[in-house]
Design a protein around this ligand. Structure first.
Ligand code: PEP
Ligand code: MN
Length: 339
């Protein structure tokens, strides 16, 4: 349930309600809006004496939250969340559409610094690059680990781009926190609940990918784990789901973009690379995603896709990225946004 305070309620009024909420065995989350404070109460509401809270000073009303996810729901927070990333605190979720690009994996210093400069020049806000790779086969390239993280940090220094990298397990969280601006939780880990709680406790922006067989509610409940652990900085990412179709690696379910917009305040970005598996399909899906209302894109990009250590088939070249940014800019304009 949500306790909506009247405009002008003081911090003492809010804290009084917080005490009541705790007395009834629930946990509170405070959301400060422009003219009022709402207190989201999470826990077993059967134990709560609603009347007691309703009668507290400056309480306007109590509203039940119907969705299974609570803190991620528009029922709790109707204004859109803007997540600021990287050294320049660039916003994801506002008017401006944000593009993150880079290779699937960091393969070496020269490779990464060169692509980082191209990504920055194209007008992107973030640089992606896996240090720990969740590969289907244990015999394929697994990532350079900490060496890759150090190279990513050097690329940030050089370009100012925000560094996005995947945390594949709890044992890598501390080292990723030393270097990364955004912690990516991969599709395979969307339901790794202890990891979601741990990145939640860290407070660092999280890019949460949709599990390849996850339904919308499961996706938002995964986000709920992160927010309820204390971290509101969650960016959702649609990256395609597993279907019977085989001409694509995954089926990019773009209808989830406008559907999420009516259910959650969290920013939503789209990954057309894993969402298709083929470089020639990526530009069209970038355009469709922006037109559908996505707050951003995460795109795999490589100077030499044919020799990429992972996911070369879906990597676009930097000149394609740069040209695509121009097209996306016009689409953004047409729908009243910028890029
Ligand atoms: C990736 O971004 O390189 C990746 C492994 O993505 P996903 O978790 O969506 O498969
Ligand atoms: Mn990849």
């Amino acid at each position: 349930m949500v306790v909506v305070m009247r405009p002008g309620a003081t911090e003492a009024d809010v804290q009084h309600v917080v005490c009541l909420v705790r007395e009834f065995g629930m946990k509170e989350h405070l959301i400060y809006g422009t003219d009022r404070v709402v207190i989201a109460c999470i826990g077993d509401k059967r134990m709560v004496d609603k009347q007691a809270i309703e009668n507290a000073p400056m309480v306007e009303k109590i509203v039940p939250i119907l969705a299974p996810y609570k803190l991620a729901s528009v029922e709790v927070k109707s204004t859109k969340t803007i997540v600021e990333i990287g050294p320049q605190r660039l916003p994801i979720g506002g008017q401006r559409i944000a593009v993150i690009a880079g290779p699937c994996a960091v393969e070496g210093r020269d490779q990464l610094l060169r692509i980082a400069q191209a990504v920055a020049k194209a007008g992107c806000v973030g640089l992606r690059g896996g240090a720990f790779k969740p590969r289907t086969s244990p015999y394929t390239f697994q990532g350079l680990g900490e060496e890759a993280l150090k190279i990513l940090a050097e690329a940030r220094q050089l370009t100012g781009l925000a560094i996005v990298t995947e945390v594949t397990g709890l044992e890598h969280l501390d080292i990723c926190l030393e270097y990364a601006d955004v912690l990516q939780i991969g599709a395979r880990n969307m339901q790794h609940y202890p990891l979601l709680e741990a990145v939640g406790r860290s407070g660092r922006p999280v890019l949460l990918k949709r599990g390849m067989s996850a339904q919308l509610d499961e996706f938002l409940l995964a986000a709920e784990y992160i927010i309820s652990a204390g971290n509101p900085n969650v960016i959702l990412c649609e990256r395609g789901i597993r279907t019977f179709e085989q001409y694509v690696r995954n089926t990019l379910a773009l209808a989830i973009v406008p559907e999420l917009a009516v259910r959650t305040h969290l920013p939503v970005i789209v990954d057309p690379s894993h969402g298709t598996g083929h470089a020639h399909l990526v530009p069209a899906m970038c355009r469709a995603a922006v037109a559908a209302g996505a707050d951003g894109l995460i795109i795999e990009c490589h100077f030499d896709p044919e020799h990429a250590a992972s996911d070369g088939a879906q990597c676009i070249r930097p000149d394609v990225l740069a040209a695509e940014m121009q097209v996306l800019r016009r689409i953004a304009q047409a729908i009243g946004r910028q890029l």
